[in-house]
Design a protein around this ligand. Structure first.
Ligand code: 5GP
Ligand code: ZN
Length: 134
């Protein structure tokens, strides 16, 4: 998409600090990093959320995530990672082109786990939700 910032980054029309690239995917350093080596991985094809991405494009994207993590591991030697994405406005997604955040983690860096994003359940939630899948 012409006016999508991440489509333009993926095509090299907007400069970025590239970490990894292949036919389908592009990984670059986040401009406002939350950790040393904070990177984002995008599919080159425009998709706002995962629901817009064809199934056959999932595997290459996950492979690019693994390759990018491997490069970060090699160059920065973090002690761990958090990997995930903000999906939809309620999930905190700002840029409307699917992007997987890779946050290298270092012992004693003061950050939390994925569980620290939200803790707002109701008491009966697990049972109610489980019923929907029976
Ligand atoms: P979101 O909240 O949509 O999951 O995160 C979007 C991320 O993209 C943010 O962490 C933001 O810093 C990053 N970002 C937004 N615009 C640019 C840009 O032009 N270049 C780079 N490298 N990162 C960007
Ligand atoms: Zn796009």
């Amino acid at each position: 998409m012409e006016d999508c910032i991440f489509c333009r980054i993926g095509r090299g029309k907007i400069p970025s600090h590239k970490i990894y690239e292949d036919k389908n995917s592009f990984a670059f350093l986040d401009i406002h990093p939350h950790a040393k080596g904070h990177a984002v991985v995008i599919p080159k094809i425009h998709a706002v959320t995962i629901f817009d991405l064809e199934e056959k494009q999932m595997q290459p994207l996950m492979l690019a995530v693994k390759k990018t993590m491997g490069l970060l591991q090699k160059k920065l030697q973090p002690d761990g990672f958090n990997v995930g994405w903000n999906s939809g406005a309620a999930g905190g997604q700002v840029v409307p082109h699917l992007h997987i955040h890779i946050l290298p983690r270092y012992n004693g860096d003061g950050g939390g786990s994925i569980h620290s994003i939200i803790k707002n359940p109701r008491e009966k939630d697990v049972e109610e939700v489980a019923k929907l899948f029976r």
